[in-house]
Design a protein around this ligand. Structure first.
Ligand code: PMP
Length: 290
């Protein structure tokens, strides 16, 4: 399949209050976001024309920006209504939305507090991962060399672009070794998450997930925990090291992009795609259409 580059597509992108043609949605090469990572973003999914958890994602966008000392020049109700509007304008039925906030080009130095803050929202058709056969075979992970930083060394509660530097490096390395993604440990050597998704384990029919104290408490993660509680699945949130994987039966990732994706192995540890994972996938598919 040929992928059309993201700067050469058709349609409209909303940027700083106006819709511009997709190919005209540009910012200057000397902007602070690009040079110093003063940039936060979001990822949302559209299911059957409706945005899943729009309020939660919008709240997180504002929180991420605030943590990075960026003041979005719109309020959250405006961003919610633009998000709904652009999905309609672009005729998106099953797709993805990418809001992004960055500091502008007035000052090219570390200190740039008086610079302007910009925001853009783009959306494109992107069908759910569930449909392609094969995802149920599970994906293969390998442990990354990079570890997630402590909350004292990075703004770990923010969906900040800068935090993805080690994610891309880890995922590239995993792919070059023939894996699909990397499992990242944290600064204490506890299991943290994958490069763009949270992780869950199933052991003797109980569900486990790492405590999100140095990485994103994903909105999909929170949704899945809610579904597990509704289904009366025993649930624990704690710190786990790699030894915990030894007798796990099932493992899966959660995230807006990956939805619920089963994991078939993490290096030498193998897992089956079992009934708890399948049950949660089924419930999640219903939930996104409510
Ligand atoms: N962790 C990271 C690093 C992510 O990029 C994402 C995707 N936003 C998640 C976890 C999952 O978050 P969510 O379920 O809110 O998409």
């Amino acid at each position: 399949m040929q992928i059309v580059p993201f700067d050469s597509r058709d349609g409209l992108i909303w940027i700083d209050g106006t819709y511009v043609k997709w190919n005209d949605a540009k910012c200057h090469v000397l902007n602070h976001g690009l040079h110093y990572a003063s940039c936060v973003f979001e990822g949302l999914r559209v299911y059957e024309g409706k945005i899943f958890k729009l309020t939660e994602h919008t709240e997180r966008l504002f929180k991420s920006a605030e943590i990075l000392d960026l003041k979005i020049p719109f309020d959250s109700t405006e961003i919610i209504s633009i998000s709904n509007e652009i999905v309609k304008k672009q005729n998106i039925i099953n797709g993805y939305i990418r809001p992004v906030v960055w500091r502008g080009s007035e000052i090219m130095a570390i200190s740039a507090k008086s610079s302007t803050t910009h925001i853009a929202i783009a959306t494109w058709e992107w069908p759910s991962y569930f449909s392609p056969e094969g995802i149920l075979d599970g994906i293969r992970l390998t442990v990354a060399d990079w570890v997630r930083p402590s909350p004292e060394s990075a703004p770990t509660d923010s969906k900040a672009a800068g935090l993805y530097m080690i994610c891309s490096l880890s995922k590239h390395k995993a792919e070059s070794k023939g894996f699909d993604d990397a499992l990242m440990l944290d600064y204490r050597n506890y299991i943290a998450e994958a490069t763009g998704a949270n992780i869950f384990f199933v052991k003797e029919n109980a569900l486990f997930t790492p405590k999100p104290d140095c990485f994103l408490n994903g909105i999909t993660r929170q949704t899945v925990i809610g579904l597990a509680k509704k289904l009366n699945i025993e649930f624990y949130e704690d710190h786990f090291d790699l030894k915990f994987l030894e007798d796990c039966d099932e493992v899966f990732l959660t995230g807006t992009a990956v939805e619920i994706t089963p994991v078939s192995c993490i290096d030498k540890y193998k897992f089956k795609i079992g009934k708890i994972t399948k049950m949660l996938i089924e419930e999640f598919q219903k939930e996104v259409l409510i």
